[in-house]
Design a protein around this ligand. Structure first.
Ligand code: NAD
Length: 374
């Protein structure tokens, strides 16, 4: 794979004047991978808002962190990465070899399934994250996907653009009164439950740690995974990707779903067996599927490949179907979420380099051996 490095450096606006030098202020250099214009803008604003310009200097790379780009870390004190950067054993080994000055990996995400935490710990590299930046952003995107899929907005938009005002093939269903199955009732799942209850849907939920108090107060019902799959007209996933949840929605689970049901996934691609989903959609069992995440997304998502032939046949097939919508892992992408991500990331880095303990929810440690994140 050809690797292109795009790099911009943000130097502190303030010159290091005598007063700063006399306080022996150290400017810590952070290499930001997979950086887009909105990351650069929000991180710069957060640095200013938190008065961190004399302590941190960001260098922005458009490229993802991979085994091919890891050489870039030389001379930096920390790296800042997003969901499709690779922070596996090989990359951490290479980071350790190339640059023993790297002391922290700051994730601009809540999920840390892409990080080998044990290897990071072995090299004494801290890992921090942004545990909660806007559950509303992700929940609302999943509902937007469902509404678009159900009411065929993806077709209607292009038809009227071409002055085609026919309604054939655009029939949807009322969501009012339908049963929605929510898998994972944490921050994002709970926001989605509130929205679906507001639509007048019956909500069934499955979680390994059910919140019975919330269920009673709000008026939704916990059930088993099997019952949820059998009874739901819509199944929407809000659980993390763990060893135990890898391919949670596989052929067997898809077989259990109701004829004509819809599947929504804004969580992590690995939760759904994409090949099994393609077969299921081909068979006509599901009414449709809408995905913001895909198990092999890191090859494509966040970049423009419109001039190239897609090599991933499963993704190409999923995109090509009339009853699917695929978005490019954009559920988090609201102004509010970006501001929170940038401010928490900068605060994590400032705390770390100031020698303060990291917020315990923001520090990520290797899980007990029995439950490894995938
Ligand atoms: P959370 O930790 O608040 O909630 C996750 C819930 O899933 C918890 O209640 C947990 O008990 C439950 N869970 C764990 N294992 C389960 C299992 N086997 N079956 C059912 N439930 C299980 O997390 P959150 O903030 O609600 O985020 C949920 C997921 O959304 C994240 O793990 C992340 O993968 C994804 N996410 C996606 C985007 C995006 O842009 N698409 C953005 C942020 C988060």
């Amino acid at each position: 794979m050809r690797v292109r490095i795009f790099c911009k450096t943000l130097k502190s606006n303030k010159k290091l004047g005598n007063s700063v030098q006399s306080r022996k202020m150290t400017l810590h250099k952070i290499l930001v991978f997979d950086s887009k214009s909105y990351d650069e803008k929000t991180l710069k604003l957060a640095l200013k808002a938190l008065n961190g310009q004399d302590k941190l200097r960001f260098t922005f790379l458009e490229s993802k962190l991979t085994e091919e780009t890891v050489d870039e870390v030389q001379g930096y004190d920390g790296v800042c990465v997003f969901v499709n950067d690779v922070v596996n054993t090989h990359v951490l080994d290479a980071i350790h070899k190339k640059s023993d000055t790297i002391k922290i990996v700051a994730l601009r995400s809540a999920g840390f399934n892409h990080v080998d935490l044990e290897t990071a710990e072995k090299y004494n590299i801290k890992v921090c994250r942004v545990p909660r930046y806007s559950p509303y952003a992700v929940a609302e995107h999943s509902v937007a996907l469902l509404l678009s899929l159900n009411r065929n907005m993806h077709h209607a938009f292009f038809r009227t653009k071409q002055h085609n005002f026919s309604l054939d093939g655009l029939v949807g269903i009322d969501l009012f009164g339908k049963t929605v199955g929510i898998i994972g009732t944490g921050g994002i799942g709970m926001c989605a439950i509130n929205i679906f209850l507001g639509f007048g849907c019956k909500v069934l939920a499955y979680d390994v740690f059910p919140n019975e108090k919330a269920a009673k107060e709000k008026g939704y019902v916990y059930t088993t995974m099997d019952e949820l799959l059998r009874q739901s007209d819509i199944v929407s996933i809000y659980a993390p990707l763990l060893d135990s949840t890898y391919h949670l929605i596989n052929k067997e689970a898809l077989d259990k779903m109701k004829q004509g049901a819809m599947l929504i996934n804004t969580s992590r691609g690995g939760l759904v067996d994409a090949k099994a989903l393609v077969e299921c959609l081909k068979s006509g069992k599901l009414r449709g599927a809408a995905l913001d995440v895909y198990e092999n997304e890191k090859e494509y998502f966040f970049n423009d490949y419109s001039q190239q032939v897609m090599e991933d046949d499963t993704l190409a097939r999923l995109i090509s179907m009339p009853n699917t919508i695929v978005t490019s892992h954009q559920a988090f992408l609201t102004e509010e979420a970006l501001k929170n991500i940038a401010e928490t990331t900068v605060q994590n880095l400032l705390d770390f380099f100031d020698g303060k303990p990291l917020n315990e929810n923001n520090e990520v440690k290797a899980p007990p051996k029995t439950e490894q994140k995938k």
